[in-house]
Design a protein around this ligand. Sequence first.
Ligand SMILES: *Cc1c(COP(=O)(O)O)cnc(C)c1O
Length: 386
Amino acid sequence: MIDALAQALAELDAQGLKRRRRTLETPSRAHMLIEGRPVVAFCNNDYLGLAGHPELVNAARQATVEAGVGAGSAHLVAGHHKLHEQLERELADFVGMPDALLFSTGYMANIGAITALVGRGDAVFGDRLNHASLVDACLLSRAELTRYPHGDLDFLEAKLKASSAKTKLVVTDAVFSMDGDIAPLPELLALCERHDAWLLIDDAHGFGVLGEQGRGVLWHFPSLLTPHASRLIYMATLGKAAGVFGAFVAGHATLIEWLVNKARTYVYTTATPPLLAAAVSASLRLIAAEDWRRERLHALIAQLKAGMAGLPWTLMPSDTPIQPLIVGDNAAALRLAEGLRARGLMTPAIRPPTVPAGTARLRLSLSASHEPADIERLLAALQELA
Ligand SMILES: *Cc1c(COP(=O)(O)O)cnc(C)c1O
């Protein structure tokens, strides 16, 4: 059995698809130390530069003194700490939804919410470029899964119309994690209204970045807020722009109460350390108060786009901090990433099966913790490698 695995790994390696981890020796930030070498990272999802912020560190430290480290048990047993309770209220208010529920991770939030809402005899519809956690959740639900071509609402509408399932659920990334584009959510919601379907929006990459005060994609498209809240299931993660860890689902109070009872990844797992909830609360205050972080991010995105002219690779059309540089071939993407790495720039090559075959890319992600000089350095290195 081990020989079979070793052979399969060798095949992955031959296709340029084998992955390995590099060990980080500093907090996650734009300038960090990896395996003894200083690098400028264009690979973090810490879009606002909050992951190592002293106010978050202090909030976590203070909460550790007051609440200890481990939560001790699941939320429904005795692990639901007042710091969790308080954060759920703050998150619901921040995104403009009636109620919210914390999950350990975004992966678990998607699995828990989707499997609690649809099952055998129901139908679930997902964009072909949805995040793996949404795809896995749909498969695990045992509902009939239709994957529609990226953004193809006509295709989706035909399938919704043809379905006689009792419960229908449409699931989509808000900002597509490997492309950086934003889903046409008002149109998707209108479709869901016409065909009486739930709409689950995974805002892992929009929360903190999009909308007034970084309140997320619902505020980027204000028409999504009430009175539609009752068919919307809003999910966002807390380990990306929020700089901490975890995730939450927000929606109607009845929906949230259902998830408390039925989401298996909520019921059957230990609550996250309360200190993380305290750190997220501190992060929320900075996200709301510090518009300069989003302004700076947009200036850096504009600088990168302007500097790409004349290079042989193109950026995908994206106005979010996810700026994918399409290379195409797996080995070529790896070589380009290696070349940048040799110049102290960390840019992960994203290859199939994470993205479709033939679209291997460098997924450049920008952060408010980058300096304009970091972007200049990246552009100069790309020029050299071209
Ligand atoms: C990162 C991500 C997740 C998973 O969130 P974790 O908290 O890292 O488990 C879910 N959905 C999308 C779109 C993501 O990018």
